[in-house]
Ligand binder design. Structure first.
Ligand code: SF4
Length: 273
């Protein structure tokens, strides 16, 4: 049975992926199996890009017209992207996807005053050395609030969690606040999850304690990943997420054999970059 070299880099989404299901983490992050795009994942990427264009520095006001222009620019940019092509949308379906993106991106007008936002980074790469692992990720939007303090914003196009799961949903952003602390030497004043589909915003205020917790969490997950790599013991953790898992065919929960995935499953296509 193959074993793996433990990764030296993790991202917040990989940390969450391992915690959700170690076996799905192995398939995706270590075996490089293909997790095909869906309409929902593609839509999420496209809305993020439209919002990145909208909040980019410009002399133009952040109006609804500007949002439409940014969505249109994004639609031209994405028409021939491999993930979009995979969905095989005809022009009318692509137009419909564009309208949905416009509707989702435009939700920010109801959730904040776009003119008041002063980003210092959009789709910003951040990283920090946490013990023996490099934590690396991309912040959707980093800005300074009226008091000059850092605010980290993450856009979400899926459904907002119920009150009992809000803390869990903020797990990834707590890791971003840790990377910001290491990068800027400041504790962010606020972390924000903006659920543009429902117009809900979930926020929290990081502090010394939450940073320490995030640091311990990354260290513990990295140790657990290393142990699993050494023994090739990646637990299949059944949950509601199984419904959306692309690897069911090779998962023991569904009667599959994980080792057969290595020879049978398609790997991620090369982007040629
Ligand atoms: S089907 Fe469920 S248990 Fe199996 S790998 Fe996917 S997420 Fe994990």
């Amino acid at each position: 049975m193959a074993t793996y070299d433990a990764p030296t880099t993790l991202s917040p989404s990989r940390v969450e992926s391992f915690l959700s299901c170690p076996l799905a983490f192995r398939f995706s992050s270590l075996d490089g199996l293909y997790d095909p795009p869906t309409l929902a994942t593609v839509k999420g990427t496209m809305v993020h890009r439209a919002l990145e264009l909208f909040y980019a520095p410009s002399d133009l006001p952040r109006s609804t017209e500007r949002m439409h222009a940014c969505v249109n620019e994004m639609l031209v940019e994405y028409r021939n992207e491999p993930d979009v092509k995979y969905l095989q949308l005809d022009d009318s379906a692509y137009d419909e996807l564009g309208s949905e993106c416009n509707q989702l991106a435009s939700a920010v007008f109801e959730m904040e005053d776009p003119e008041s936002i002063e980003p210092i980074g959009l789709e910003l790469n951040v990283q920090a050395e946490i013990g023996s692992v490099t934590l690396r990720g991309i912040i959707d939007r980093l800005e300074r609030n009226a008091a000059g303090k850092l605010v980290i914003t993450d856009y979400k196009t899926g459904r907002a969690p119920g009150p009992a799961f809000e803390k869990k949903a903020l797990g990834g952003l707590n890791l971003y606040s840790l990377m910001c602390h290491r990068t800027f030497g400041e504790i962010a004043d606020e972390i924000r999850l903006m659920y543009v589909k429902s117009g809900q915003t979930i926020t929290a205020r990081p502090n010394e304690q939450s940073l320490k917790f995030a640091e311990n969490r990354v260290t513990a997950v990295h140790q657990a990943v290393a142990r699993a790599c050494e023994t090739n013991d990646f637990v299949a953790k059944k949950s509601a997420l199984c419904k959306f898992c692309a690897f069911q065919k090779w998962c023991p929960v569904f009667g599959g054999d994980p080792e057969r995935a290595l020879t049978e499953a398609p790997t991620r296509p090369s982007t040629g970059q």
